[in-house]
Design a protein around this ligand. Structure first.
Ligand SMILES: [Zn+2]
Length: 311
């Protein structure tokens, strides 16, 4: 890496917190007259290759284990399907996003660059390698040539499934070789807009969206998010998943099954706590039959929006 930097291979490329930034105008990474495999190696380096499914899966496993607090050797119980956990917030998830979607969106960026930035040196290189006079529909591709350009060329078909047609993704061509990207209000292409559309594909919007409150620590929010869906490690939940527990009775009162709902709502210890909260905040008594009632308390209460947020 140091050697490559010294050779000036990374001129125009910035490694920042938001990921790899490439300025193609300044970039000297594609030399002219280099071997094909060298171009490919460079392209791999720039992440413009479709990641193999196994790689995405093992990366996702690492994310999953990390989120649920396990380790490499010993996986912990996953209380929620991963696909649901990474879903966008408005679809009831935590909004982590899928790695596959991120990968596809990055590929689309290269496609878009090829279509819109006609002056780039790298584009001329790709053109020289892949163009043939028999014409091409999307972007030039010699099928006989292996990845990575092939991955980029194939991204259009993948995105068509999510109703994004890269060929018609611009509303209009403005002057000075400027293209309008129609999937974002700003008109300029961005990876996030593709990820947003892909993240929403094949998902059903829940009837009630979990309301995140940025005044409480994130982990408290996650407990509430899990409680609402009965995904906390209560004795009943453990029992239902065939984990041996001595009994399913509430550890506080011992009279009822220990479920998320019992702990937060119906247990008389919980009710004592709510009673104290009521006295402390001098609000009307809390009438809740389930966790949803607790989480929507602010909607039916009177007072300013600030007061509602506190609730
Ligand atoms: Zn109880």
């Amino acid at each position: 890496m140091k050697k490559a930097t010294a050779m000036g291979l990374f001129n125009g490329i910035k490694f920042s917190n938001e990921g790899l930034r490439v300025n193609l105008e300044k970039c000297s990474i594609y030399g002219i007259g280099v071997e094909d495999h060298e171009v490919q190696d460079m392209a791999n380096l720039l992440r413009c290759k479709k990641a193999p499914i196994q790689v995405l899966e093992s990366l996702d496993r690492i994310r999953r284990v990390f989120f649920w607090g396990g380790s490499e050797e010993k996986a912990r119980m996953n209380w929620m399907a991963w696909d649901k956990t990474i879903a966008p917030v408005e679809y009831g998830g935590l909004g982590f996003g899928s790695l596959r979607d991120a990968n596809i969106a990055m590929l689309a960026k290269w496609w878009w660059r090829f279509k819109t930035k006609k002056s780039g040196l790298w584009r001329r290189v790709i053109w020289a390698i892949h163009h043939n006079s028999r014409g091409w529909k999307d972007i030039p591709i010699k099928v006989s040539m292996a990845r990575p350009w092939k991955s980029i060329a194939s991204v259009r078909n993948i995105l068509l499934a999510a109703d994004i047609d890269l060929n018609t993704a611009s509303n209009a061509v403005l002057a000075d070789d400027k293209w309008l990207w129609k999937f974002d209000g700003s008109g300029s292409f961005n990876v996030a807009s593709i990820k947003r559309i892909l993240g929403a594909a094949n998902r059903v919007r829940p009837a009630r969206v979990f309301k995140w409150n940025n005044w409480v620590p994130e982990k408290v929010g996650i407990v509430a998010w899990r409680a609402e869906m009965e995904r906390l490690p209560t004795k009943s939940a453990l029992f239902a998943r065939n984990i041996p527990v001595q009994n399913q009775m509430c550890a506080m009162c011992g009279n009822y099954f220990e479920t998320s709902e019992h702990i937060f709502v119906s247990c008389h210890f919980a009710q004592l706590i709510w009673q104290n909260v009521v006295n402390w905040c001098s609000i009307p008594p809390i009438i809740a039959f389930d966790i949803k009632d607790l989480l929507t308390l602010h909607e039916i209460s009177s007072g300013s929006s600030r007061k509602k947020k506190v609730l």
